[in-house]
Design a protein around this ligand. Structure first.
Ligand SMILES: [Zn+2]
Length: 92
């Protein structure tokens, strides 16, 4: 029996777990590097963010900074992205 946890996803994720649940996110991790938190968020093919690097990965030292960048847009930078975004548009 399924528990009823399928309420509509809020538009804006606020935690790493919520980022991981976002269909546009491939991975969301935090690691410590010489005592400094490092957040890494990878977007799936077909999505990118306009950040310092304008690519498929967000790398920041705070979640606040991550979410400040987390406005994924459809990406057609390469064949894998074009294929993925076309599939998503069809609802695949
Ligand atoms: Zn791309």
């Amino acid at each position: 029996m399924k528990t009823k946890t399928t309420k509509p996803q809020s538009r804006r994720p606020r935690t790493l777990d919520q980022l991981r649940d976002d269909p546009r996110v491939s991975y969301a991790d935090m690691e410590m590097d010489e005592g400094v938190r490092q957040y890494w968020v990878g977007l799936k093919n077909g999505w990118y963010v306009r950040g310092d690097t304008a690519n498929h990965t967000i790398h920041e030292e705070s979640l606040r900074a991550v979410f400040a960048q987390f406005y994924p847009e459809p990406c057609e930078c390469s064949e894998p992205c074009r294929v993925a975004i076309a599939a998503a548009a069809k609802g695949a």
